[in-house]
Design a protein around this ligand. Structure first.
Ligand code: NAD
Length: 480
């Protein structure tokens, strides 16, 4: 059995309760983890409270040195962590390795930033004679990190790297279906010298462990990534303690393909953008609007790419697309597809579970493309979190932008064009936290990232994220 990490020590749940983690490709149990309750969670929070004074008092470059050692230790174990991630999440091994590397990258980036002076304030001229105005920056205290299952390591790093580098301590809760790689990383970082209590990991149900982290008065900040509906509950629960929250929520990213686009570039990017991680990415391309003159040519190219994708167990090096993560997730995709077909949609690729013994115990679904889907269908109004892509033909850019914005979400967006004026219109008019021109989906560590509308609140990445893991204090230094 894997154990939690509380105050630098391996910890079972006090009750002895456990939960099984299953491989979505085979249904087999990979391992079990503790099923913590509120009391276990409070122990982790107490440890983070106790660790805060010493950790926050370290000069930033010393915290950075500790974090760099922790990242180096993770790098020595990338293959092991990646294999755990594939077994619990389902994604191809190659993608798991990239994700584990990005975890280490992120720790190094924020260690480097704070060592290089990124935790900076201001000096402000004041009218009062001899007085100096300062804005100083302080860590917040204990930060809670609540993580979903689709990118367990990247989304963890997005929170703990800036939080720890800025001098906060952390209590993290991974999704119950993907705790194993997170627990191993925490163990490795503790072995590398991260002080006890600085980074704690508690495993258990969101309504219990997550809720305790959100409600506990000693946790001063919540970094949450997950569904919009859960985000609403998180924000409401955090209100009692007037707690800072960053919410990275659902998306239904549109991609617009203009009639002057390089269709090969567009088809390649959109195929990756939709089918990467079996379509289970917040920033996946979830709706396509292609302009009429190039619609047939573009659709042919995209359908050919979807049909070529090799589906399989993520541990098989040939696999390009693994299973969906849960049975429930696949059932939702099947229902959204059926709703579109019932309304008269045309199926162009996929549309079913792959056949054969290799697929019979996992949650596999074929890369699926549909067109002629009437407005109002579920695939346009809901988030589709799986390998299902609806394509609409638009008569002009006005219609494409209108329909792209016709969503409660506003996470990412993209446009494929060689015309700078069209790109500029998309940049100005698409309601989203990100617009890619001739590219999709990759959220660069260097650029701030966060959605608008129901896709979230606050930013991760960039130097901007440090604003969300620090408080500023204004100081007047009067002369005597
Ligand atoms: P989810 O909301 O079901 O769960 C996310 C986390 O919240 C899990 O750890 C879960 O245990 C916990 N949780 C559940 N109920 C809770 C509660 N009442 N209180 C506190 N914590 C609770 O999301 P999911 O299904 O794991 O993830 C998929 C969703 O995440 C999709 O909607 C996707 O778009 C979104 N997502 C967003 C981003 C982003 O950066 N915007 C990135 C990845 C995923």
């Amino acid at each position: 059995m894997a154990t939690m990490l509380i105050n630098g020590q391996p910890a079972p749940a006090a009750s002895g309760a456990t939960m099984a983690v299953r491989n979505p490709a085979t249904g087999e149990v990979v391992d079990t983890v503790p099923r913590a309750d509120r009391e276990d969670t409070r122990r982790a929070i107490d440890a983070a409270v106790a660790a805060f004074p010493a950790w926050s008092a370290l000069p930033p470059h010393q915290r950075a040195q500790v974090l760099l050692r922790a990242a180096a230790r993770v790098r020595e174990h990338l293959d092991e962590v990646a294999e755990l991630l594939t077994k619990e999440q389902g994604k191809p091994l190659r993608d798991s390795k990239i994700e584990a590397e990005r975890f280490a990258d992120n720790i190094e980036i924020y260690a480097g930033l704070v060592a290089g002076g990124a935790l900076r304030g201001q000096q402000v001229a004041l009218p009062q004679q001899k007085a100096i105005g300062l804005v100083v920056r302080r860590p917040i205290g204990v930060a809670g990190a609540i993580i979903p299952w689709n990118f367990p390591l990247t989304l963890l790093a997005n929170k703990i790297a800036p939080a720890l580098a800025a001098g906060n301590t952390v209590v993290a809760k991974p999704a119950s279906t993907t705790p194993l790689s997170t627990l191993r990383l925490a163990e490795l970082m503790a072995e590398a010298g991260l002080p006890a209590g600085t980074f704690n990991v508690v495993t258990g149900p969101g309504e219990v462990v997550g809720n305790e982290i959100i409600r506990h008065p000693a946790v001063r900040k919540i970094g949450f990534t997950g569904e919009t509906e859960t985000g609403r509950r998180v924000m409401a629960s955090a209100a009692d303690e007037i707690k800072r929250v960053t919410l990275e929520l659902g998306g239904s990213d549109p991609a617009i393909v203009c009639d002057d686009a390089d269709l090969e570039v567009a088809a390649r990017a959109i195929a990756i953008g939709r089918f990467f991680n079996c379509g289970q990415a917040c920033l996946a391309v979830k709706r396509v609007y292609v302009l009429e003159p190039v619609a047939d040519a573009f659709i042919d190219k995209l359908v050919a790419r979807a049909k070529r994708l090799k589906i399989g167990n993520g541990l098989d090096p040939q696999t390009q697309m693994g299973p969906m993560h849960t049975e429930g997730g696949r059932a939702t995709i099947e229902a959204q597809l059926q709703d579109a077909l019932d309304r008269g949609a045309t199926l162009l690729a996929g549309g079913k579970r792959p056949e054969g013994a290799a697929f019979s115990n996992g949650w596999f679904f074929e890369p699926t493309i549909i067109t002629n889907v009437p407005e109002g269908a579920r695939v346009w109004t809901e988030e589709t979190f799986g390998p299902l892509l609806p394509i609409a033909v638009a008569k002009d850019l006005d219609e494409a932008i209108r329909r792209a914005n016709d969503s409660e979400y506003g996470l990412g967006s993209s446009i494929f064009t060689r015309d700078l004026a069209k790109a500029q219109r998309a940049i100005e008019q698409l309601d989203a936290g990100y617009t890619w021109v001739n590219a999709v989906q990759i959220a660069h560590d260097e650029l701030p990232f966060g959605g608008v509308k129901h896709s979230g609140y606050g930013k991760e990445h960039g130097t901007e994220v440090l604003d969300y893991y620090t408080e500023t204090k204004s100081v007047v230094l009067a002369g005597v």
